[in-house]
Design a protein around this ligand. Structure first.
Ligand SMILES: NC(=O)C1=CN([C@@H]2O[C@H](COP(=O)(O)OP(=O)(O)OC[C@H]3O[C@@H](n4cnc5c(N)ncnc54)[C@H](O)[C@@H]3O)[C@@H](O)[C@H]2O)[C@@H](O)CC1
Ligand SMILES: Nc1ncnc2c1ncn2[C@@H]1O[C@H](COP(=O)(O)OP(=O)(O)O)[C@@H](O)[C@H]1O
Ligand SMILES: [K+]
Length: 498
């Protein structure tokens, strides 16, 4: 697991390393510059490099990089875009050292001369939009087509939100220090950052921030009991599908089984019976007729719930009165069983504050931004700009585990921790992809994972499955079926690693 930090959090970590731990700022900076220098040597054409610097410590990193290049015999020009009057203490020292070593300093840059540009204009200290000469410079760099290495973060990207502050430099590669910044993890910042390397410069101890799973977290996958039987790996009830909507029931239930659940039962509209039995013979079926009375419907749901260890409700369910009765029965008779609430069940929940109040930490809600905006009664742009704030506010009404799906999916666990998922790709914006996620969450819960782990792990795994599908079929053409295949392949790989 890695921690993603905002600019403010990173500055506090810098300061505590310098002041409380007693590591001089210039030591950290030299390590930062050496990490950039290593990356330049490995990945960039160094026939002639231009290092563009601001007046702050990001600029000071850049000046140190120019010195290292120069001393190693690589042709380099240093261009100061900031003002001497606003130099930080470290920048004064770096600037003087560069002059002492006679690093070439230019007052104009003729971009055609350079094979690589180092962007050290602004780092986590960016406090306002780029304007004037900074904006013009960023635009020229972007127009030049020359490969760019960004120091810590591409200049112009907000380190906390990933938003472009007026204009931003587009990097080929970003070498970021100590912790990955949230701003280069979110869109559009992550696109501006290009390929990202996180380098240890001697700053440790982050405890606050947003968590993100990485390859080491494969160990979260519950071990299989060699003596287990289909009952021990979880009985999952999917209440899904409606007339003319059998696909969502298929994708979610298939994903639950592929994720390792022992048994899957689909509770759906009678009209889906034949197609689902043919498509997915491993699943058991319970059906209802739309003409049934609420009591008859409730009886069928309660019987199926008695059987299940985990219930998932919503994919393709519609928002009919029947669907509302199904959801109400689930939440009323859940007996503290874990419940995944997805898709149409979320739209129904948005209208029913009384049902929201019945949710607790064992309920996992999986809204995309449209569904979340209805649940939290805010706009999609509110959610994009202040995701954590609105997820926190929603928790006051509905104390659930929350998966807010987007190109970068946020997860808020019931203890208030946040996760941001970094796997997945735009090919996953395809019908049925969310249904697959719903099934993965349910399948993992059925194998005994608690919701605080199942939610972030399922999202991470689902993204990896999507990445596998994109490499097999291409992001443009991949479909939910390919994500199911990717899921099988990823789980096989994980089991072989564990
Ligand atoms: N010792 C340290 O504190 C370390 C700092 N490091 C580097 O230092 C960076 C942070 O340095 P700073 O805090 O000095 O901040 P920055 O160098 O990121 O930028 C701050 C400076 O830019 C000005 N500024 C901000 N937005 C502007 C805008 N839109 N237009 C014009 N001027 C603007 C500010 O007034 C300030 O002078 C990190 O990103 C990292 O690169 C690393 O070397 C690691 C160690
Ligand atoms: N650009 C993207 N990058 C990564 N993941 C994406 C992207 N677009 C969509 N996804 C993922 O695909 C899934 C889509 O879910 P959803 O919108 O519920 O689709 P559906 O209802 O069609 O199944 C979510 O898990 C979402 O995070
Ligand atoms: K930068």
């Amino acid at each position: 697991m890695q921690i993603l930090v905002t600019g403010k959090q990173m500055k506090q970590l810098d300061q505590s390393t310098i002041k409380q731990m007693g590591i001089p700022s210039l030591v950290l900076m030299e390590r930062a510059a050496m990490a950039v220098f290593d990356c330049l040597k490995q990945h960039f054409p160094l026939k002639k490099t231009l290092v563009v610097c601001g007046s702050g410590n990001n600029g000071a990193d850049g000046v140190a990089v120019a010195r290292l290049l120069h001393l190693a015999g690589y042709p380099v020009d240093l261009y100061l875009a900031g003002n001497h009057t606003s130099f930080t203490e470290e920048m004064h020292i770096q600037w003087q050292a560069a002059k002492n070593y006679q690093v070439s300093i230019v007052n104009n840059c003729r971009f055609s001369e350079y094979t690589t540009i180092v962007d050290a204009l602004f780092g986590v200290g960016l406090s306002r939009e780029l304007s004037g000469k900074y904006q013009a410079l960023a635009e020229k760099i972007n127009a030049s087509g020359i490969p760019v290495l960004a120091v810590d973060i591409p200049s112009g990207i907000h380190a906390g939100t990933g938003q472009v502050m007026g204009t931003a430099i587009r990097a080929t590669e970003t070498v970021t220090f100590a912790y990955r910044k949230l701003g280069i993890s979110l869109y559009p910042g992550s696109v501006y950052a290009g390929h990202i390397q996180v380098k240890d410069v001697g700053i440790y101890g982050a405890s606050e921030g947003v968590f993100s799973l990485d390859n080491k977290d494969v160990s979260w996958l519950p071990a299989r009991d060699p003596a287990g039987n289909k009952g021990t790996f979880g009985k999952i009830l999917l209440i899904a599908g409606s007339r003319n909507m059998s696909g969502a029931a298929y994708f979610s239930s298939k994903a639950a089984l592929l994720s390792g659940a022992g048994m899957v039962r689909i509770l759906t509209d009678e009209s889906n019976r034949i197609i689902l039995q043919q498509q997915f013979p491993e699943a058991m079926l319970s059906v209802y007729e739309p003409s049934m009375t609420p009591d008859e419907l409730s009886e069928i749901v309660r019987k199926a719930m008695d059987w299940a260890d985990v219930v998932a409700v919503g994919p393709g369910l519609s928002t009919s009165k029947t669907a509302e009765n199904l959801l109400q029965t689930v939440l009323t008779f859940r007996q503290s069983k874990p419940i995944v609430i997805d898709a149409d069940a979320l739209n129904l929940l948005a209208k029913r504050k009384d049902l929201q109040a019945q949710c607790d930490a064992a309920c996992i809600l999986t809204p995309h931004l449209g569904e979340m905006s209805r649940l939290a009664e805010c706009t999609i742009s509110d959610l994009k700009v202040h995701p954590q704030k609105f997820m926190d506010v929603f928790y006051n009404n509905c104390s659930c585990t929350l998966i807010m799906k987007d190109a970068r999916t946020w997860i808020r666990t019931a203890d208030g921790s946040f996760f941001l998922n970094l796997t997945g790709n735009d090919g996953m914006a395809t019908a049925g992809s969310g249904d697959v996620l719903c099934g993965v969450v349910a399948g993992l819960l059925g194998q005994g994972m608690n919701p605080s782990k199942a939610a972030p792990f399922a999202v991470w795994l689902h993204g990896l499955a999507g990445d596998q599908a994109a490499s097999a079929k291409g992001a443009r053409s991949m479909k939910a079926t390919d994500i199911l295949s990717g899921l099988e392949a990823q789980l096989q790989k994980m089991d072989s690693q564990n």
